[in-house]
Unconditional design. Structure first.
Length: 527
């Protein structure tokens, strides 16, 4: 099967070369834009507030929902922080062997010893596929990426240094949303007889909502959106931007790679294909090595630039707090950060989108809330730490000017690269490697997200599995070679659209999450 999979991938090689020579990618992209423009316009409809400030409506459910969860769960994003770190460290692993939740049958009806939804524990004894740390890195690999580099550059270019403050606020609030959705992902997951886990919003919407018809409709919508998001923002956009930076570092328009995006895409597709064939276990084994490595390198380089200009640190924070409440800062916070910066990375940390709950649902645990608490670390690492580091580097090196307000993503990556280069002359080469790793890790994790939506809609057979994975790898090659204006706009819209059915479920099922949290915290106290 593996041989057939790779053979099908290479069959696309001559087709894509021919398409590039004829320029069909531009024609297809234009036709695609004409066909899908109405959907993109709807998702990214802007509500005007003043003559100069307009905000996309999709941000309201995300921000208001995150704020609601912060208060409803008594500031779990702050009070549960150190408990979350201890869970990742394995301090409470001994709890997993206690309080076995056995499946029981009463009058022909399946239930569980703790009154849980019977569909969530079809095969007791199979508790998941990956560790807490692996689930965290698998989800982080999809969120820590180009949005942390290009998105932040766009945000601070539009809103100035003050935009950083609002970015941090959004990160802290997002921790609460991530806790809720990932707890639900584990609580309502499906486990096959062989231990394979299927989870995410499709399942907690279907099983958790009392109105089953509504649940199935919302679940189907989410599945469609996550498939679209996996092919676009989680695949084509990632490899396209990685290739742009590689091409730039090797000479730009005179680079030997100019016109050979398909070749770069083919190599990436081959590497992605090797990993995703193995499923979430193989993905987790790769991400738990790549993610800590690339985040450590990026943060270390950021700290070096910051402390290299140590005399400017105080002034940088002064700009952040002073600009946060100025008209420029507020425009940058609402429009620059929460829209321009996070739009390219699905709000950067994807809190409230629902995608991360798919990866976290595969964790080995008997307590759903334990993984929810692990997941709340994700927005902290992605947004509060990594994005803030990028912003500080840009501010300290003077790369925050209104002249850059029209930056596109490729230019924004180069702006960030130039900021690092001002302190570390050779760092653009390291950043290029980091971006490729960011893109690669994002692609393999999003392939898992998309497959879960695919399996929900089309079944869990091997035929359906390999059909999706072949398509995903084909789109890797297309993404590296093609013009992606309309495709990226559509895929961004698909990712944000995931929020709509997901947020409905999160609000309704929040009391269930509170029960799970109480159960887990009691277990910790009794340990």
């Amino acid at each position: 099967m593996k041989k057939n999979f790779l053979s099908l991938l290479f069959l696309t090689f001559p087709i894509l070369i021919n398409a590039q020579e004829k320029g069909l990618d531009q024609q297809i992209d234009e036709a695609f834009g004409n066909a899908t423009g109405w959907f993109v316009d709807f998702i990214f409809y802007q509500i005007p507030f003043t003559d100069t400030i307009s905000i996309y409506w999709v941000l309201f459910p995300l921000i208001l929902g995150a704020t609601y969860f912060t208060f409803y769960f008594n500031f779990i994003n702050f009070k549960g922080f150190f408990t979350s770190i201890n869970i990742v460290r394995g301090k409470y692993d001994s709890l997993e062997g206690k309080g076995e939740n056995k499946a029981i049958v009463v009058d022909g009806n399946v239930s569980t010893s703790d009154g849980d939804n019977p569909d969530t524990a079809r095969v007791e004894g199979n508790d998941g596929e990956v560790s807490h740390f692996q689930a965290l890195t698998a989800a982080l690999s999809a969120t820590v990426g180009l949005g942390n580099i290009a998105g932040v550059a766009i945000a601070v270019s539009i809103g100035g240094a003050g935009a950083t403050f609002w970015m941090i606020v959004a990160g802290f609030l997002g921790m609460a949303s991530k806790f809720v959705e990932c707890t639900l992902g584990v609580k309502y997951r499906d486990i096959e007889a062989d231990g394979t886990v299927y989870g995410g919003p499709m399942y907690y919407l279907t099983k958790g909502l009392k109105n089953k018809t509504l649940g199935k409709i919302l679940a189907a919508l989410f599945a469609i959106f996550v498939i679209g998001g996996s092919f676009g923002g989680g695949n084509m956009f990632q490899v396209n931007q990685a290739f742009q930076l590689v091409q730039n570092i090797t000479g730009g328009e005179v680079s030997f790679l100019n016109g050979y995006g398909w070749a770069f895409g083919l190599v990436m597709a081959f590497l992605v294909g090797i990993v995703i064939i193995g499923g979430i276990k193989k993905i987790a084994k790769v991400t738990d090595k790549i993610v800590p490595f690339m985040v450590a390198i990026y943060v270390a380089a950021s700290l070096y630039v910051i402390f290299y200009n140590y005399d400017m640190i105080g002034a940088a924070f002064g700009q952040i707090f002073e600009g946060a409440f100025s008209s420029e800062g507020i425009a940058g916070g609402a429009v620059g950060v929460m829209i321009q910066g996070f739009r390219r990375a699905a709000f950067s940390n994807e809190a409230g989108i629902g995608s991360a709950s798919i990866a976290h649902s595969a964790v080995k645990t008997k307590y759903a809330a334990s993984e929810g608490m692990v997941a709340l670390l994700e927005p902290f690492i992605d947004t509060v730490v990594v994005c803030t580091m990028t912003a500080l580097v840009l501010i300290i090196t003077g790369n925050v000017t209104s002249a850059n307000a029209s930056l596109n993503d490729a230019d924004a990556i180069l702006l960030t690269s130039g900021a690092f280069e001002s302190a570390i002359s050779w760092f653009p080469y390291v950043l290029t490697v980091a971006v490729v790793l960011f893109a690669f890790s994002s692609m393999i994790s999003w392939s898992y997200y998309g497959f879960q939506g695919w399996a929900y809609l089309f079944g869990r057979s091997k035929k359906m599995e390999y059909t999706y994975k072949v398509l995903f790898c084909v789109f890797v090659v297309i993404g590296a070679a093609a013009s992606l204006g309309s495709v990226i706009g559509f895929s961004d819209a698909m990712v944000f659209a995931m929020m709509v059915p997901n947020m409905v479920g999160l609000i309704i099922l929040a009391p269930k999450v509170k029960e799970e949290l109480k159960k887990y915290m009691n277990a910790i106290k009794e340990n």
